[in-house]
Design a protein around this ligand. Structure first.
Ligand code: GLY
Length: 314
């Protein structure tokens, strides 16, 4: 049994471990891990306490995938509900669809009795207002809801803290895998922007036969490269997990134009071995969390850096 989560997943590790040790399904395990992070207002990239979009609204993306069936439930740009991941779980179980966004996702959340919540905390509102005061003129702030937002979206992309996510990957004693993800997305994003976190094949992918993968940080790059599917497909074709991740980083490095930034890849192979790689060297700042059966501790895993000294991925 093993659980791998990214650094933001630390708060969720005890809940995920308890569920795994209690013999609950792997979907329950990753859902419980993600829920704990969504409810933690100290994590400013996920759920309550997350950074809002340019208009001050917290919009969440979340997903779950089951490695046995490859069924997916995903929601994007969902506002006003505490646990986007549980709305995604309901979707997986109740609908013939895999992905709902915006008004449709909110309608479905209400329909299944999901817990409504004010997601913008005073702290996140304060950070947002300080950023607006620093980067926009009083006239631009006044007219923010009416004028074009595109120039401000580029400006807000310069902050590293703005692209966090929680990803939780689990394998039980029977070799069954699941992945759960959730994010409030890029801070001060254009309203309606959906990153990689809820997009199957980009932010996550899992297949019990080969292993599991989930990514964090620059969602636009992960979407363009289809990174999680690429890693699992490479393992399907016989690559080791290390080779699969190196290939995926190499592919990301060949992207040109558009937004380019850091990407981290979290992988479990079919035996439950873990590997975490990064395009950039941040030391222990984004160290992942790993728990294995029989361990009393959550181990921290420093990502292997597959990058040039100048910061470009190799
Ligand atoms: N990887 C999180 C996001 O881009 O929203």
């Amino acid at each position: 049994m093993v659980i791998l989560a990214n650094c933001e997943g630390l708060t969720g590790m005890p809940a995920a471990r308890d569920a795994l040790e209690a013999g609950r399904s792997v979907l329950d395990v990753v859902e419980q891990g993600v829920r704990a992070v969504e409810a933690d207002p100290r994590v400013h990239s996920v759920g309550r306490g997350g950074h809002p979009n340019l208009l001050g609204e917290v919009e969440c993306d979340a997903a779950l995938m089951d490695g046995a069936t490859r069924m997916v439930g995903a929601v994007g740009a969902l506002s006003g509900y505490l646990h986007a991941v549980s709305v995604a779980r309901e979707l997986l179980q109740r609908l013939p669809h895999a992905f709902l966004v915006g008004a449709g996702a909110a309608r479905f959340a209400a329909e299944v009795g999901a817990e409504p919540a004010e997601m913008l905390t005073p702290e996140a509102r304060g950070t947002h207002e300080r950023w607006l005061a620093e980067h926009l003129t009083p006239e631009q702030r006044e007219r923010l809801g009416q004028g074009p937002l595109a120039p401000h979206a580029w400006r807000s992309s310069q902050t590293l803290i703005s692209r966090g996510t929680v990803v939780v990957l689990a394998r039980n004693a029977r070799g069954e895998f699941a992945v759960g993800t959730s994010t409030s997305g890029w801070a001060r994003k254009y309203p309606g922007r959906i990153g990689d976190t809820a997009v199957v094949g980009a932010g996550f992918y899992v297949d019990d036969r080969y292993g599991a993968c989930a990514c964090t940080h620059s969602g636009e790059m992960i979407l363009r490269a289809g990174t999680s599917r690429a890693v699992v497909l490479a393992m399907q074709r016989g690559a080791t997990m290390e080779e699969a991740c190196a290939d995926a980083i190499g592919d990301l490095a060949r992207l040109r134009g558009g937004y380019l930034g850091p990407v981290l890849i979290h992988t479990l192979d079919r035996h439950g071995r873990a590997h975490v790689v990064s395009t950039h060297d941040y030391g222990d700042r984004f160290a992942a969390c790993l728990w294995r059966e029989g361990s009393l501790e959550i181990e921290r895993v420093r990502p292997c850096v597959l990058a040039t000294p100048g910061g470009g991925a190799t």
